[in-house]
Ligand binder design. Structure first.
Ligand SMILES: *Cc1c(COP(=O)(O)O)cnc(C)c1O
Length: 502
């Protein structure tokens, strides 16, 4: 299996190179040259497999330059009972919301309580093995721009991993108190965390620029280092996410919610378009899916895009209660455009160039039609999000986080508008305790305490929902990091964090 750049098809690399490098030198993203197929027999056989065995089967189809032992080692080290609390890291909880059944795929039982653990617990294993194959003895410098959850999940995944260093930038006013505390208290000798004055898009743009800057790359090479990425632009991030959609389908069959071969709908609370794209890739492999419902918050650039074919980031940016979706430039959409254009690198590059120069592009009628056939876009504003948390708890005694609430709300709107009663899986992306303040406010049970951990306690008293241990354990930990920088100074921050004087 070879990988191409979305912006230059003539480039072909093996998966180890794609994972080690993170992003193609031309600025494009690595995509598989074709989608390996999942046969009906394989899907049937997967029904009785453990999560780990399902993962090994799917991953082997893509990482053809890895041995079976290497893949098994990655999977077995990542999805342990110790880290995910159970041999099944992604249980499904079914609830009835406003009279329709929704099946919540809880992807947040890992060490940092967000779905990003599903990928970031395995990525370091993929990466260290990739570096052995193609790294030329260099250390990897992982640069991360985060809207909150990726940062912590990447820090936890990479802490003290040999031959890696990790540097995380987050928007100073764009993450929850718990997210900030999680990152600033991070342990490990190879980690550095810094806030930036700006939003997530500013952080992501700057990271991408530093990453592909030949001068900075040369400085790193002189010090026997190379950049890599833990953002969802890295193929090693997307691949593990494909696995859980396939696994969820198997679980839906095993739970008697669908018959093998019947289609499901998949709803995903979306920001950078990585999670939903992984679901779409599973569909391209043959997973029976009817529709993808793309749920946005007030930053609804994707809702408009799916409905009109026009992507326009020139709009107000909102800081919402679902900060991990406060994004106006959804990087992974580039990969969808590449597939939907029939693997047309020139066309894809044209859209991305337009996005860079004017912040806007309009896709061809053909792409618009294909996207409209498989995707439905909707959004939930702040009031709708809070009402959903409140009503779902009221109706079912189930507590969901602010991001999952966006998905539940949009899924509810989709069912009402279309009457489509295909069984639906909703990606539940974070523990409600990462966003205690907003969740407590939504429940509307009187005054909230001031401190984050008192809020956690109050939320627990009201709902009885279990507080995840990794969050409870943070109480009383002192911060190691408190730096804040301007977005145009990030490059020198990176070099000094690496101990390289300019
Ligand atoms: C990252 C994140 C999202 C958005 O996922 P994308 O892959 O960026 O679309 C949604 N919810 C939570 C809790 C997240 O951390």
């Amino acid at each position: 299996m070879y990988y191409h750049s979305t912006q230059d098809k003539s480039k072909t690399v093996l998966s180890a190179q794609a994972i080690a490098q993170g992003i193609s030198q031309d600025g494009g993203l690595f995509v598989p040259e074709s989608f390996p197929q999942l046969t009906a027999d394989e899907l049937k056989a997967m029904l009785s497999m453990s999560y780990r065995d399902r993962a090994k089967l799917v991953i082997a189809k893509y990482l053809t330059d890895f041995t079976e032992e290497e893949i098994a080692d990655c999977v077995d080290s990542a999805y342990t009972v110790e880290k995910f609390g159970s041999a099944n890291p992604d249980p499904i909880t079914s609830v009835d919301y406003n009279g329709a059944q929704q099946n919540l795929l809880e992807l947040w039982h890992g060490p940092t309580c967000a779905f990003k653990d599903m990928a970031l617990q395995i990525l370091p294993h993929f990466l260290t093995k990739s570096l052995k194959k193609v790294g030329g003895g260099k250390d990897a410098v992982i640069l991360v721009a985060t809207s909150g959850d990726t940062g912590k999940a990447a820090l936890e995944g990479f802490k003290d991993v040999e031959h890696t260093k990790i540097i995380v930038f987050y928007p100073v006013d764009g993450v929850s108190a718990m997210q900030k505390h999680q990152m600033n208290t991070q342990q490990g000798d190879n980690v550095y965390v810094c806030a930036i004055r700006g939003n997530f898009d500013d952080a992501q743009t700057a990271v991408k620029r530093i990453f592909t800057d030949p001068e900075t790359q040369a400085i790193l090479a002189d010090h026997n280092m190379m950049f890599s990425s833990a953002n969802s632009i890295n193929w090693g991030r997307l691949l593990p996410q494909i696995v859980y959609y396939i696994s969820a389908y198997c679980d839906m069959v095993n739970l008697g919610k669908v018959k093998l071969g019947d289609k499901i709908n998949i709803t995903v609370p979306t920001g950078n378009f990585g999670n939903i794209l992984a679901g779409y890739y599973a569909y391209e492999m043959g997973l029976p899916v009817n529709r993808f419902i793309c749920a946005s918050n007030s930053n609804n650039v994707l809702t408009d895009f799916i409905r009109t074919g026009v992507y326009d980031k020139n709009r107000d940016f909102y800081t919402t209660v679902s900060p991990s979706m406060d994004i106006l430039v959804s990087s992974n959409l580039e990969r969808l455009l590449y597939t939907m254009s029939g693997d047309n690198d020139v066309e894809t590059k044209g859209y991305m160039d337009a996005l860079k120069s004017c912040g806007r592009y309009e896709v061809s009628d053909s792409i618009k039609e294909k996207i409209g056939a498989m995707f439905w876009g909707g959004y939930a504003d702040e009031d709708a999000t809070k009402k959903t948390i409140h009503d779902l708890f009221d109706q079912q005694g189930y507590l969901c986080d602010t991001h999952t609430a966006v998905a539940v709300s949009v899924c509810d709107a989709y069912i009402k508008e279309t009457g489509d009663n295909t069984p639906v899986v909703i990606a539940s992306t974070a523990s409600p305790y990462k966003f205690s303040k907003a969740v407590l406010g939504a429940l509307d049970k009187g005054d909230s305490p001031e401190s984050e951990f008192d809020m956690v306690e109050q939320l627990h008293e009201i709902t009885g929902a279990e507080v995840p241990e990794p969050l409870a354990n943070l109480r009383g930990k002192t911060a190691r990091f408190s730096d804040v920088t301007d977005k145009d100074k990030m490059q020198s921050v990176v070099l000094s964090a690496l101990g390289i004087a300019e």
